[in-house]
Write a protein that binds this ligand. Sequence first.
Ligand code: SAM
Length: 317
Amino acid sequence: MGKASKDKRDIYYRKAKEEGWRARSAFKLLQIDQEFNIFHGVKRVVDLCAAPGSWSQVLSRNLYVPAKQSPDCKEGDLPLIVAIDLQPMAPIEGVIQVQGDITNARTAEVVIRHFDGCKADLVVCDGAPDVTGLHDMDEFVQSQLILAALTIVTHVLKVGGKFVAKIFRGKDTSLLYCQLKLFFSQVTFAKPKSSRNSSIEAFAVCENYSPPEGFKEEDLYHLLEKVGTPSGVDDLDCRSGWLEGPNKVYIPFLACGDLSGYDSDRSYPLPITDGGSYRSLDPVQPPIAPPYKTALQMKKASSHSASRDAMKPSTDS
Ligand code: SAM
């Protein structure tokens, strides 16, 4: 399958290249912002699982660059954007990069250090494990990433702040909703127009961070476990309707982005140049250390040694 066919099949992939985004995911964050105005008043933000960096680009272009260009903005007032990923990423203006695992407690410490005692207004997490295709398994691993992100949220997000996280819709969606509702007064599951209908992906948009009274960060997992057990809810005001039984939990679900705009599941004709052909654009920023790099190196090395072996004179008599 060539580059041009992907450009045709996936309009957001093509648009991302045209507009200089490193990944088509940029449109998901932009469309979530169109609906929820998540960037309003944001000065400090954490981008979890950020590589190759299209969400960080969105944050930079919407928060950092306009502030830097404003004549009234002083150096100390510039928005602070901290991006974390297992993978390194190429630099982005105004984005501090941390290479680390968000499930590791030390990563949260590094983020906190960057905020120098101040709290973030917004935390976003587009984290995704390598999808296996086994929905239950993928949903479980994804939920572990969300819990890791929530741990960081409880350490760095200011009261009243917002959190946006990728989720995989599955049988535990109600449970996740209730767990998030413990910490945010408003939780909506959103499906941006740029996210394919065929994908179980959606985004939890959590507004107004307001942890339970007396909440201590070290009690997070204990508290979340209680939400999942019927005996635990008696002494826990979940604020979510869980007390009425799991089947009665109402999860606000919203499609967002320009609903009459491009459909991510449709093929679109390619724009033809004056010469009568279509010229596909190169990717904006290829990953600088993709996980498959080692595999390619190993494959190359083994095919070299196989061809060397083939050229060796035979020792058989
Ligand atoms: N938002 C990104 C963008 O717009 O370019 C795309 C994120 S990509 C879908 C998912 C990322 O999650 C990958 O870069 C992967 O390395 C990262 N990731 C997965 N597990 C992680 C973990 N435990 N800690 C940090 N990053 C992780």
